[in-house]
Design a binder for this molecule. Structure first.
Ligand code: ADP
Ligand code: MG
Length: 483
């Protein structure tokens, strides 16, 4: 390919994402069968899920509430009346021969998501709709050389399909969208967002156009990409592929493609021309879904503080930079951890320690914040010791290493190792005098204009005090002595 992936010259990417999010619910959308992950094949299948003749679907109220909750979290319109349709197609893992979904009248309409970009900017992406539908079962082709098996555990599990407007312009934005959507779903408790277990799956729609064009180009859809990293890789590959076709005078065929993880390329799966006619029609077994306004109000009143609101509060209450705030709120557990560290202390300093030293250490250990060997209370103690000038920031890093390794408290380590900062003016002055006396030649050079030597003197005094001299005091006193 002539284009470097991710760089598309005069061409602009246009991306819209469809996300299938498995609803957190103990039972399925239209049956009482369980939904837990990891059960043995066909252990969680009711007669409704297996589409036995005469079985009737009964709508699960909990799933409806979860969809409403998600809609409210996406600042979207809640449609008080929606309709379940049959989407007809034949496949071995779909025993009924149709999927119950929503088509023309979904439960949730237009909404929006704010993306937090690395440069601290935010970008708004429109949500087109959210509808409820059933998941299909799973065909297993790798169990026998001659037969295919079907596992219906997933058949009938409730999914929310969340469709975005074609508002994204890069793989990075698509990644930010998925991270933000996942965070919102997790805060709401409506989907666990676990892409490895398939509880959140993504279809990528991508087209290219010349920068400045307003008309959308023909798109391709890349089905079922199962990690954020793969979504970004698939976008970069597909964008470069489409630009190659367009620049050599060809046309993009609207089609469904696959992301081949092993080869790192997208591949044609089926063209849209022979796309199935699903013959959607309202499911005669189900009445239109009419929501009770009181239920919507009740769900609204139980919404938690969501990432955007938390971020705004962190910025105003703790004086954090927008990007740092968005990093902290990306997971509720880290936001909570930070607030415990920051409570009654210097918020900015606390944020630096959580996003810097702590996240760095956890990353190295491959641990999540819940598994942190240093508790929020312990890190708070350390931050407190820096703020009240018991130790310098430099010494604090060593103390933190010790805390990670030994599990001891910050104050205990400082005491034990005698790391208390020297804030006694006399002691610091004495040390400065000694260093200046021993380096008379350098003092002369400094006075004749070699300003850079200031740092040398600071370093010498620090060395002499075992790094314990209070840096601000040392600076002041040294300046006075040298003037
Ligand atoms: P379908 O169900 O056939 O895939 P939709 O109208 O539901 O069609 O669109 C699916 C997704 O494709 C949406 O996220 C939408 O934003 C996106 N999309 C539509 N047109 C384009 C385009 N020209 N380029 C990129 N994305 C697009
Ligand atoms: Mg689609």
């Amino acid at each position: 390919m002539s284009y470097i992936q991710g760089q598309t010259g005069e061409w602009e990417m246009v991306i819209g994402l469809e996300v299938h999010a498995q609803v957190v619910s103990n039972s399925k959308l239209f049956s009482g069968a369980a939904t837990a992950f990891g059960a043995a094949p066909n252990e969680q299948v009711s007669l409704v899920d297996a589409a036995f003749p005469g079985m009737l679907p009964v709508l699960n109220e909990k799933c409806v509430e979860q969809a409403v909750r998600t809609g409210l979290g996406l600042k979207a319109e809640i449609n008080m009346t929606s309709v379940f349709d049959r989407k007809n197609y034949f496949y071995a893992d779909l025993p009924a021969g149709y999927q119950i979904s929503q088509f023309t009248q979904p439960i949730v309409g237009k909404g929006e998501i704010l993306l937090d970009m690395a440069d601290g900017e935010t970008r708004k992406v429109g949500i087109t709709r959210l509808h409820l539908e059933q998941d299909a079962g799973k065909s297993m082709h790798d169990q026998s050389p001659t037969e295919t098996f079907v596992d219906l555990n997933r058949a009938g599990v409730a999914l929310m399909e969340i469709v975005s407007e074609p508002d994204m312009r890069s793989g990075e934005e698509a990644g930010a969208y998925l991270k933000k959507l996942r965070a919102i779903l997790r805060y709401l408790g409506t989907c666990d967002g676990n892409m490895e277990e398939g509880s959140m799956r993504c279809d990528v729609n991508l087209s290219m156009r010349r920068k400045g064009d307003t008309k959308l180009g023909t798109r391709c859809e890349i089905k079922n990409v199962n990690s954020i990293r793969f979504v970004q890789q698939a976008i970069d590959y597909e964008a470069a592929r489409q630009v190659d076709v367009l620049e050599s005078g060809g046309e993009i065929k609207q089609e469904t493609r696959l992301w081949d993880t092993a080869k790192g390329e997208t591949r044609s799966m089926r063209s849209k021309e022979d796309a199935h006619d699903y013959r959607y029609f309202p499911d005669p077994d189900l009445l239109p879904l009419v929501l009770d306004p009181a239920m919507v109000e009740r769900v609204k009143s139980t919404l938690p503080e969501l990432p955007d609101e938390k971020k705004a509060r962190f910025i105003s209450d703790y004086g954090l930079k927008p990007y740092d705030a968005s990093v902290l709120v990306a997971e509720k557990a880290s936001a909570d951890f930070f607030e415990q560290v920051a409570k009654g202390r210097d918020g900015k300093l606390a944020a630096n320690w959580v996003t810097g030293e702590l996240f760095g250490a956890l990353n190295k250990m491959g641990k999540s914040i819940d598994e942190s060997p240093v508790s929020a209370a312990a890190l708070g103690e350390l931050v407190g010791l820096i703020s009240d000038q018991t130790i310098s920031g430099r010494i604090a890093k060593d103390v933190f290493e010790d805390m990670l390794a030994t599990g001891k408290g910050a104050a205990a380590i400082v005491e034990e190792k005698g790391l208390k900062q020297v804030t006694d003016t006399g002691a610091i002055e004495k040390s400065i005098d000694d260093i200046l006396a021993a380096n008379a030649d350098k003092v002369a050079e400094y006075k004749s204009g070699k300003d850079k030597l200031f740092g040398f003197f600071v370093g010498q005094v620090m060395k002499a005090t075992g790094g314990k001299a209070n840096p601000a005091m040392l600076n002041d006193l040294l300046k006075k002595k040298l003037s």
